[in-house]
Write a protein that binds this ligand. Sequence first.
Ligand code: FDA
Length: 385
Amino acid sequence: LANVDLLIVGAGFYGATIAERAAARLGRRVLVIDRRNHIGGNAYTETDAETGIETHRYGAHLFHTSNEAVWRYLRGFTGFSAYRHRGVTLHAGKVYSLPINLGTICQFFGRHFSPDEARALIAEHATEMVGRQPENLEEKAIAMIGRPLYEALVRGYTAKQWQTDPRELPPGIIARLPVRYTFDDAYFTDRFQGQPLDGYTAIFERMLAHPLIETRLGVDFFDLRDEVPRDMPVVFTGPIDRYFDYAEGALGWRTVDFENQVVSTGDFQGVSIMNYADEDVPFTRILEFRHFNPERAYQTEKTLIAREYSRFAGRADEPYYPIGTAADKAMLARYRARAAAEPNVHFGGRLGTYRYLDMHQAVAAALKAFETVFEPMFAGEGSAA
Ligand code: FDA
């Protein structure tokens, strides 16, 4: 740790962005450590040995943003393909378009509706919620899309995803369930979208290639914590509760188990992600990785798929989605108070702040922290390079 100006724990989007900026813009010597044996955090992609198809080890990653600064920044490290995500869900043997749009409504009710007719129909299906404040997820969904569509496309999927009856879940979880009264079936409406041309891992290789950055993999912060000088600035993107030895308790997370399978066909499902809306199917989705990169000439004898199973995370599991119960929120506030008493440690990223962040949000937050925390911190000290 001698000759290091900044220690960064975690080589995901948050840590890599601050590392790259501190080295390239401020000439600082940065040490990035990650306890995994690879860079990229949860956005890590790798080539499957058997099929040659690029896989996303920690779940499907689709890049989208309307933040021009983030887009410009990342384009310094990668080109993006023209990929535009479109969602589909399977219910009772039929396939429907997601997010729910006029096409979904016409498919589901089996006839043509104009936008006004569709609005009137959904309003009629939601009359049970008129004048009532939704008290749980089920009521909120019915208020937005009516009972028939809720029961077919949302109830089973949500129950599987949360292992909880939607009547027991808070309404806020689906506050943004979009319903479109047009035939626009684009999954994301962001200005900038696409998949990185050489995969996500290549972005991190290029960000961390700066000569002032050293990356050490397979290194757990808690194994070298005692050697870190007290005045060394640290960016910590691991779990905030782990940092404080769970002194206030363990924050709740959900995880996903992926069951990979090589199938002897050139195309298993014709789309990158198929949702399974029905509760009697145990998995929530099937990913087919080749469809994330339709521009590539992959082999056509085999394809790689992954079934996703959602469950509560134990301490040894990968934390994926913060649950955020009232108890979690109170606990987080206590951890934040502890964090405020550690002025040299900056907690960031999805694990360090216990927030679900999309990739573009992690990069935006890191660029902001660089400007507001690290630039001023190192200003006036003179460049160490
Ligand atoms: P990230 O988790 O990537 O990195 C943290 C790193 O810290 C990890 O590599 C970890 O090993 C390391 N670490 C932790 N503790 C440590 C310790 N003690 N010592 C050393 N290292 C330690 N976003 C999006 O825009 N589009 C999408 O489609 C998806 N899809 C998606 C699917 C799933 C299943 C999940 C869970 C998430 C997504 N995301 C996403 C979100 C995306 O993964 C997220 O924005 C980034 O991972 C955030 O980057 P961070 O750097 O914050 O964390």
